[in-house]
Write a protein that binds this ligand. Structure first.
Ligand code: ATP
Ligand code: MG
Length: 347
């Protein structure tokens, strides 16, 4: 069987370091591993509209921002197909057929959807389109016969839902028109759901607690220096807590042994730093400066590449156009398989 990846992001804002450790970095590694037959990266504008339908301009602008973020982290259009969801109408038709295979109460049980409904204060006015986005996501995955979906932890329920749809479809209509995908979560658990700089919720564009890949060096530094740490750690000499301390969570996600050699040679590793903080006598400014150095080192080449691509916006749109044309051809094939399985190709 072919090894195929599908993954993507909603164009609701520029991409942040949560996306980077949760998904983007892995995508680039998988892309460059040469182990996959096809890699599809989708900018999910139809999904973004489900909770931004009053603001299509925001979605339109962020398609370009997300595309620039993709290219600047090293996704390469020669190796990965970058496309825009709305330019592949076949996905919508698949969604319509899949909707019959899922009950309302099944969607209601989806914990990510539940949390988002609360977070967005939808209460009783949940748009039907938003409510059913997990079904539309199953179309995106199955249209490309994806075998692997590298994403963050919030996507686990979506992958479960997708597998259920595939099983039901193949059972009801016979044959093996659709392929069951596997999820790939980051190995490092901290990277599966990076918290925001506020230390509370998941870092999320919709909440605004983000360090963006495109933030300039000074903005990153300010955000790091303002980060949530431990409210009981007031004086340097006070014992501190590393659990729930966003700076240490980010160090868990980003620090490598060589960072200690380079920036904090007096500590052997992260455990030693944590031990000192817990014992007392280590100030927040010192750990924040360390984190800032690490993040700047990681983000600098990304910022530099972005500047280059920003000089040729027409070229970026051309990449998306070509990718969308290819995606349309592939999705059309799957749609025909689906219709054949359902025996609704009448003529
Ligand atoms: P929105 O608030 O509009 O939903 P978002 O910041 O949650 O935006 P998405 O576009 O929904 O971003 O998510 C894209 C991908 O990034 C998914 O694979 C998701 O799991 C991953 N991801 C998003 N936020 C994080 C995070 N804080 N930590 C790890 N992975 C994340
Ligand atoms: Mg999200």
């Amino acid at each position: 069987m072919e090894k195929i990846i599908l993954t993507g992001d909603r164009p609701t804002g520029r991409l942040h370091i949560g996306h980077y450790v949760g998904s983007l970095k892995r995508r680039v590694e998988l892309q460059n591993s040469g182990e996959f037959d096809k890699i599809y990266i989708m900018i999910a504008d139809v999904q973004a509209l489900t909770d931004n339908f009053e603001n299509p301009e925001k979605v339109r602008q962020n398609i370009l921002e997300v595309a620039l973020d993709y290219l600047s982290v090293g996704l390469d259009p020669a190796k990965s197909t970058l496309f825009i969801q709305s330019q592949v109408p076949q996905l919508t038709e698949l969604t319509t057929y899949y909707m019959n295979l899922v009950s309302v109460s099944r969607v209601e049980r989806n914990p990510t959807v539940k949390a988002e409904i609360q977070q967005k204060n939808f209460e009783k006015s949940i748009p039907v389109g938003f409510f059913t986005y997990p079904i539309s996501q199953a179309s995106d995955i199955t249209a490309f016969k994806a075998t692997l979906v590298p994403v963050g932890e919030d996507q686990l329920p979506m992958l479960e839902q997708c597998k259920e749809i595939v099983r039901r479809f193949n059972m009801i209509y016979g044959g093996e028109a659709l392929v069951e995908p596997d999820i790939m979560l980051p190995e490092n658990e901290t990277c599966r759901r990076l918290p925001g700089t506020d230390g509370k919720a998941k870092m999320s564009k919709s909440i605004g607690n983000c360090i963006y890949l495109s933030d300039d060096a000074e903005t990153v530094r300010k955000k790091v220096m303002d980060m949530y740490t431990d409210p009981t750690h007031i004086k340097v000499s006070d014992p501190g807590h590393v659990e729930g301390n966003a700076v240490f969570t980010y160090l868990d996600a980003f620090s490598k042994p060589e960072h200690f050699e380079k920036y904090l040679p007096e500590y052997e590793n992260l455990d030693a730093l944590k031990e000192h903080y817990t014992r007392g006598g280590l100030g927040d400014v010192k750990i924040k400066k360390f984190l800032n150095s690490i993040l700047q080192e990681e983000l600098e080449p990304i910022r530099a590449r972005r500047k280059e691509y920003e000089k040729d916006i027409a070229g970026v749109y051309e990449i998306l156009k070509k990718g969308s044309e290819e995606a349309r051809r592939v999705a059309e094939n799957t749609l025909q398989d689906v219709r054949n399985a359902m025996k609704i190709n009448y003529f």
